[in-house]
Design a protein around this ligand. Structure first.
Ligand SMILES: NC(=O)c1ccc[n+]([C@@H]2O[C@H](COP(=O)([O-])OP(=O)(O)OC[C@H]3O[C@@H](n4cnc5c(N)ncnc54)[C@H](OP(=O)(O)O)[C@@H]3O)[C@@H](O)[C@H]2O)c1
Length: 346
């Protein structure tokens, strides 16, 4: 039997801001007959993660493309691989059976063919929605957990600033920080996001960075006694302003620099004398480096979820055809919480 398999690709390399018209849907025919003993499996994709880092994969060149296996370049016509949840429809791999649920690297499309050794594992979603395994119980959650606890080494009572605070990683960092007893302020790009952070997610305070003209002065207002930890999701002027307001022995976790992904002119130039004299520690990190923390992260986060101590924010749209707008929307600030596209009901 043959199926039509739709998948998303780009028409041309994209070096600046992406637009929906830069993407197209291609259709391949997919045979459901696998060679016996090939070790391959065919998955029906159920939901996929939409992440900012994909923009660096579709450029002609980005230094990230050679730095990590997850970040290799995607050429026009090629399928995107992304973290996702799927169901096995055909298996020639003894480790998987038809109808197993799996989480791992799938495509931005209807189906995925996985070769032996692909990044994939079976899982039991227990009482939680499948989409949680892409957000709070997936890589966004691990990024927030490892970045905050392992990179920032926080202490109770410290003052924490989080940018892109209503996003997939940011809203979880803020909640882990509150659970530890820190004072937490977030920045976000709309009045609705700011209200959500303060009224529902438990941040001590939040502000709309788009309404501020002098970010150094803004952070001085929110942190009159200085910042101990800055969890950086955006880079550029916000990083400069945070460094200017850091306390002695402050820590900056450089998780991502989304405001620098779409243009080279928007680079940050933090005052390095501040870094030296205030002995500020700045560390870039990748969540994948912290798989050793996975068991801790998952059991702690399950407990918080079950006890209602942490609230996941999700932003879900439907269908392969919605992937380009979901992705482009990340850079417009359309999403609140983890952006997921549901490809198919279970
Ligand atoms: N190191 C790692 O392993 C790792 C893992 C996952 C993610 N990341 C990084 O972490 C950051 C957040 O990722 P995420 O998945 O949680 O995405 P996200 O925050 O859910 O979505 C992106 C958000 O970034 C904000 N944004 C977009 N353009 C911006 C700009 N020019 N200036 C300031 N804010 C902007 C928007 O919110 P506003 O409305 O607030 O502008 C948007 O909603 C990204 O930099 C990403 O690359 C790193």
């Amino acid at each position: 039997m043959e199926l039509n398999n739709r998948f998303i690709t780009i028409k041309n390399p994209i070096d600046g801001a992406a637009e929906e018209s830069d993407f197209e849907i291609k259709t391949d025919s997919l045979s459901l007959k696998l060679d016996p003993g090939s070790g391959h499996i065919i998955l029906k994709n159920l939901c996929v993660s939409i992440d900012p880092y994909q923009i660096n994969r579709i450029k002609r060149y980005s230094s990230s493309q050679s730095a990590s296996n997850f970040a290799v370049r995607i050429a026009p016509g090629e399928a995107f691989d992304a973290y996702g949840v799927a169901k096995v429809v055909v298996s020639e791999n003894p480790e998987y059976e038809k109808d197993d649920l799996v989480v791992g690297l799938i495509t931005w499309g209807d189906y995925t063919v996985v070769k032996p050794g692909g990044m994939m594992r079976k899982f039991d979603p227990m009482e939680f929605p499948l989409s949680y395994y892409l957000g709070i119980l997936g890589f966004s959650g691990l990024t927030a957990y490892a970045g905050f606890f392992e990179v920032c080494k926080p202490k109770k009572g410290e003052k924490v600033f989080v940018s892109a605070a209503s996003g997939s990683v940011g809203h979880l960092v803020g909640q882990y920080a509150k659970l530890l007893g820190c004072y937490v302020v977030g920045s976000a790009g709309s009045r609705e996001k700011v209200a959500l952070l303060k009224d529902k997610i438990g941040f001590d305070d939040a502000f709309n960075y788009k309404h501020e003209t002098d970010l150094k002065a803004t952070l001085k207002r929110y942190f009159p006694d200085g910042i101990d930890i800055y969890f950086d999701n955006v880079g550029a002027e916000m990083l400069e302003a945070a460094v200017a307001n850091m306390n002695i022995f402050g820590r900056v976790a450089v998780c991502g620099v989304i405001s620098e992904y779409t243009g080279r002119k928007n680079r940050s130039a933090p005052e390095m004398l501040d870094v030296v004299y205030k002995r500020i520690k700045m560390q870039g990190f990748l969540a994948a480096d912290f798989m050793n923390l996975y068991e801790d992260f998952i059991s702690t986060t399950y407990d918080h979820l079950r006890n209602g101590k942490i609230q996941p924010l999700e932003d879900i749209s439907d269908g392969v055809e919605s992937i380009p707008s979901a992705f482009v929307g990340l850079f417009r600030g359309d999403n609140i919480g983890k952006k997921v596209v549901r490809i198919s009901e279970e």
